[in-house]
Design a binder for this molecule. Structure first.
Ligand SMILES: Nc1ncnc2c1ncn2[C@@H]1O[C@H](COP(=O)(O)OP(=O)(O)OP(=O)(O)O)[C@@H](O)[C@H]1O
Ligand SMILES: [Mg+2]
Length: 386
């Protein structure tokens, strides 16, 4: 293949020169940095396809460079190859712990380095291609800026409503890092959280990923990010992307329950989504937060036609009017306040199953259908455009 951009960070000029000459000769476009700081600056200007970094460097070493690349949703998935004269077991493990995909000792046989680069690039290419494969699942996000508006309740209930025909083709991904509760609403016990992916070295094959997918009583799938708040930092951005990718390959629709923030984890879900539902209630604080969420989506270039503003827990006509006045137009969708949601939550049975045929269940089912149709349309449009 070649033509890919490789950034080399090494403080030794002769190493930079040697690698540059060899890799350019093989068709790669090479960028050079003398330390981690310079490398970060170059990555910001133009995202490379792969980073090769030395470990010991002035200003910012290779471990810190890898750590920083892994903590931003824009750079978290760039393959990193560490190349270092320090090759004790502890050095290699430290490199992997900071996010290196490959750790190679110096001096290195250049043809072996090239083979490793090709493997890393191929793997990254396969991951990207997987998201673009024929009719991949549509990813529907439930975003909110103020807690308690009903994101989890609607994500779970819409998923169950959408899964009535083929439950195993629908998934819920709970990306709450601290206090997720989709497993409680669905009464799914012992879901293996994505936080545990951090313990697994190397490739995550389909069978391994299977152990992170739980089944609801209906057969619908559930993946949870975390179950213990203190393990939140173990959930990497790569794990979030992997979960979305794998679920969309297995499911027609993936409903993603997000926490009330715009963290890097949320942003990586946004980057890999089809449709974003922004939730509000008729309360001022949540309407303000919803407007801010929509502004952020707009700022990062997420098209308005892919955003659905949902007002939840609406009690009466006066509240409908308030919503219309605040947003200068009626919300795109609306769910009334129904006490049955609380009863259903306490019973560990989603409302659409606990009270089928109720007006609340009808509202949710209609919402689920609207969201699935909108996501199908967007997905068809983007397939036609590419
Ligand atoms: N339409 C509704 N009518 C009545 N109660 C509702 C409705 N939607 C959600 N609720 C209730 O509101 C509470 C908060 O819901 P939920 O946990 O889904 O919110 P959330 O936005 O996910 O919160 P968090 O930001 O904490 O994750 C729950 O007790 C839920 O049962
Ligand atoms: Mg929630």
């Amino acid at each position: 293949m070649a033509g890919e951009k490789i950034l080399i960070a090494d403080d030794e000029p002769h190493v930079r020169k040697l690698l540059e000459r060899y890799l350019s000769h093989h068709g790669y476009v090479v960028g050079l940095a003398a330390d981690g700081l310079e490398a970060l600056e170059l990555v910001r200007q133009q995202t490379p396809d792969l980073v090769i970094t030395d470990v010991n460097m002035p200003n910012m070493n290779g471990l810190e460079l890898a750590r920083r690349l892994r903590t931003s949703h824009k750079t978290a998935l760039i393959p990193i190859l560490m190349l270092s004269a320090q090759k004790q077991e502890t050095d290699v493990l430290a490199g992997y712990a900071q996010g290196a995909d490959e750790y190679v000792g110096k001096p290195v046989e250049l043809s072996i380095l090239k083979a490793k680069i090709e493997i890393l690039l191929r793997r990254a290419g396969q991951a990207t291609a997987a998201t673009g494969e024929a009719r991949p699942g549509r990813v529907i996000l439930f975003i909110h800026g103020k807690g308690g508006v009903g994101a989890t309740t609607l994500a779970v209930n819409c998923a169950v409503a959408a899964s009535s025909q083929s439950p195993e083709r629908v998934g819920v991904l709970d990306l709450n890092l601290a206090f997720g509760n989709s497993d409680i609403l669905l009464d799914v016990r012992d879901a293996r959280p994505l936080a545990e992916l951090a313990r697994i070295q190397g490739e995550i094959d389909e069978a391994t990923f299977d152990s992170f997918v739980s089944a609801h009583a209906t057969g619908m799938r559930l993946v949870v990010a975390n179950r213990e708040p203190e393990a939140a930092e173990l959930v990497s951005l790569g794990a979030v992307r992997l979960a979305i990718e794998r679920l969309r390959r297995r499911c027609d629709y993936v409903f993603v329950d997000l926490p009330a923030n715009f963290s890097e984890h949320t942003l990586i879900a946004v980057d890999n989504s089809t449709l974003a539902c922004v939730l509000t209630t008729p309360r001022l604080a949540s309407m303000k937060a919803a407007r801010e969420c929509m502004e952020i989506l707009d700022k990062i270039g997420y098209q308005r036609q892919r955003v659905v503003l949902i007002a939840n827990q609406v009690a009466d006509q006066a509240e409908r009017e308030n919503l219309k006045t605040f947003f200068r137009q009626p919300p795109d969708a609306l769910v009334d306040r129904w006490q049955q949601f609380e009863f259903a939550a306490d019973a560990g049975t989603p409302l659409v199953l606990k009270f089928p045929g109720s007006e609340a269940a009808t509202q949710v089912t209609t919402l689920a259908r609207t969201l699935c149709e909108a996501a199908d349309e967007i997905s068809a449009e983007s397939a036609a455009a590419s």
